[in-house]
Design a protein around this ligand. Structure first.
Ligand SMILES: NC(=O)C1=CN([C@@H]2O[C@H](COP(=O)(O)OP(=O)(O)OC[C@H]3O[C@@H](n4cnc5c(N)ncnc54)[C@H](O)[C@@H]3O)[C@@H](O)[C@H]2O)[C@@H](O)CC1
Ligand SMILES: Nc1ncnc2c1ncn2[C@@H]1O[C@H](COP(=O)(O)OP(=O)(O)O)[C@@H](O)[C@H]1O
Ligand SMILES: [K+]
Length: 554
């Protein structure tokens, strides 16, 4: 069954290349019926016909491995169904893997024409190009010869492109465009067996287009579904794709009783009542957020974070600008309380969720040591991260928080992450999941590695790849909004009967923040407007229907 994955309506397990190969071997050993490659070819055929029902030409570009085999199988089936499929084979027919060679034979028997590049028809928008050049095995070395020629042709065509399993040249683990400019940019990608993390982060979204999935008889936990039921050990997901708000919990493997097609056990959705504010609640029920940032000339960053924390449902928000000549009031949001850190009481720090660093400049370093020591819940962004990167003592202080039961979230963009890891941005982007995991382990906190397909990593947890968001967020200030939004959600979540754990809470906040950009439906969303879109979510997000009243907040 082919299902559409993006926009992400549900959480979905992601399996990297090695995990997928293990699954494939198990599935092949279970001798499913029909054989895997035939099932893959049938899935490609179905999606091709759905996408281009009136195509005059369907050109399948088939590579030298099993990805090419999937394409050949699809071409054979299309031809047998009377469809105008032709194949350009970029590989030595005598050296195809066994399954692909069998598919080649079936394509020949079905009368599929094999064409030279010079015979490639002029394709229009109604037609379809099927990229079956490279899949899991394709990101290892530069393309040459017939393969490079086919990739160049693909890039020059106007017809829509359907990529089989992965856009050729895209690294399934990391989302790197390993073949550079020759990496295929598909309009649609049909993932087979598993969803690969690289489809959703780094360059993945731009290269994969709309993502579809056919599990070919393997369920979401990596169990082969044979006629007798699920078989074999579960294959733990490499990461999870974070989907829409109807929440599920990642399962604990392998103590599950999965049903085919049900990739994760459902937990009861939070009922509608849970989003309604109980009558007896008061502002103290929802906790306080203190935002520290806004050095000279950068007050706006701290204001955006404070507004976002407020929109997220924090009971009270203090804004503490680091610029001594800073504003005394946010006229657009007079609800915010402006108070210098020097005017904070011990209780402020003991009870608040602190968001530090937005527009903090060099001035943040001076207050950071105190925050790291005392704040029970701390979100660090921007210049706070640069200060931590530059000072080993602050890094040690951040790491020590975990053992004291103090929780921390850091929200670096790739350059900030590179500074914290002591590497360059290219190294971070080359494997975003790995970089986020390394940072989480090194600092003992939850990490949001921002960018297309933000990664949420926490020590000991399976990472999330965020499935929402668009480049409408690529504008100054949207990261400040995220930091404040996480702080606000954290604070408001304390009123829940069972507050979500930090990994879950952070992933939820990252998802809702980026989803707002999609819901706004604009090509660019100014950060202050983003807060207003988010306010609609925050208003119903307290979830405190059955929660405690909390301290009396006068
Ligand atoms: N075996 C099976 O029955 C199944 C295979 N599947 C398909 O098989 C794919 C994996 O197949 P493979 O492991 O054969 O990998 P690929 O089909 O991705 O390609 C590997 C082949 O391409 C060559 N190659 C890689 N990069 C190259 C470059 N830059 N220049 C020239 N040649 C290059 C390799 O030497 C190898 O011969 C999956 O992505 C999926 O599409 C799935 O459909 C599941 C079923
Ligand atoms: N192309 C993109 N697709 C999805 N999200 C993006 C994209 N570019 C930026 N974002 C998101 O926008 C925010 C930008 O944060 P950041 O880089 O810290 O900006 P700033 O410091 O100006 O606020 C992050 O949440 C990031 O994930
Ligand atoms: K491909």
């Amino acid at each position: 069954m082919v299902e559409r994955i993006l926009p992400a309506r549900h959480d979905a397990p992601l399996h990297g290349v090695a995990a997928t190969r293990r699954l494939e071997a198990r599935a092949l050993a279970a001798a499913p019926s029909p054989p895997l490659m035939q099932a893959a070819g049938a899935a490609v055929e179905r999606l091709a016909l759905a996408l281009a029902p009136h195509a005059r030409h369907i050109v399948v570009l088939a590579g030298p491995g099993n990805n090419g085999g999937d394409g050949l199988e699809a071409a054979a089936r299309l031809r047998r169904a009377g469809r105008p499929a032709v194949v350009r084979l970029c590989g030595d027919p005598a050296r195809l893997p066994a399954d692909a060679a069998a598919s080649l034979q079936r394509a020949r028997e079905a009368g599929v024409p094999f064409i030279e590049p010079s015979a490639l028809p002029a394709l229009g928008a109604q037609d379809l190009l099927v990229d079956a050049l490279l899949g899991l095995g394709g990101a290892a070395r530069p393309a040459q010869g017939a393969l490079a020629e086919a990739l160049t042709l693909l890039a020059a065509q106007r017809a829509p492109v359907l990529a089989v399993d992965l856009p050729s040249g895209l690294d399934g683990d990391t989302g790197q465009a390993a073949l550079g400019a020759l990496t295929v940019r598909a309009d649609h990608t049909l993932a087979l067996l598993t969803l690969k993390p690289g489809l959703f982060t780094g360059a993945g979204r731009d290269h994969a287009g709309t993502v579809w999935l056919d599990r070919l008889g393997v369920d979401g936990l990596g169990l082969v579904v044979a006629a007798t039921g699920p078989e074999g050990p579960a294959e733990a997901p490499t990461a999870w794709l974070r989907g829409a708000a109807a929440r599920r919990s990642p399962p604990t493997l392998p103590a599950l009783d999965p049903r085919p097609g049900d990739e994760a056990p459902r937990v009861p959705a939070r009922g509608a009542a849970a989003t309604i504010r109980r009558h007896a609640l008061h502002k103290g029920s929802f906790g306080d957020v203190a935002v520290v940032g806004g050095a000279r000339g950068m007050l706006g960053a701290a204001v955006l974070a404070a507004r976002a924390a407020h929109a997220a449902g924090a009971g009270r928000v203090w804004l503490s600008p680091l610029d001594p000549s800073g504003a005394r009031l946010d006229p657009a949001r007079p609800e915010l309380m402006l108070r210098r850190t020097t005017a904070w009481t011990a209780d402020t720090l003991r009870q608040a969720t602190v968001v530090a660093g937005c527009g903090g400049g060099g001035a943040i370093a001076a207050v950071l040591a105190g925050l790291l020591t005392h704040a029970p819940r701390l979100v660090l962004d921007a210049d706070a991260l640069n200060a931590v990167a530059a000072d080993a003592a602050l890094r040690d202080a951040l790491r020590a928080r975990r053992s004291r039961g103090q929780a921390s979230v850091v929200t670096p963009h790739p350059l900030e992450a590179a500074r914290l890891l002591g590497c360059d941005t290219g190294t971070v982007q080359a494997d975003r999941l790995a970089a986020a995991a390394r940072l989480a382990d090194a600092l003992g906190c939850s990490v949001v590695l921002k960018g297309s397909g933000s990664i949420v990593a926490t020590p000991g947890e399976t990472p999330w790849v965020n499935g929402s968001g668009t480049a409408a967020l690529a504008t100054g200030g949207s990261g400040d909004v995220l930091a404040g939004w996480i702080g606000g959600r954290w604070s408001a979540g304390l009123a829940l009967p069972v507050p979500p754990d930090l990994h879950e809470l952070t992933a939820e906040a990252v998802w809702t923040h980026a989803d707002a950009a999609e819901r706004a439906g604009r090509p660019l969303l100014r950060a202050a407007d983003l807060v207003e879109v988010l306010a609609g979510v925050g208003a119903g997000a307290h979830g405190a229907a059955n929660g405690p009243d909390g301290p009396d907040g006068a």
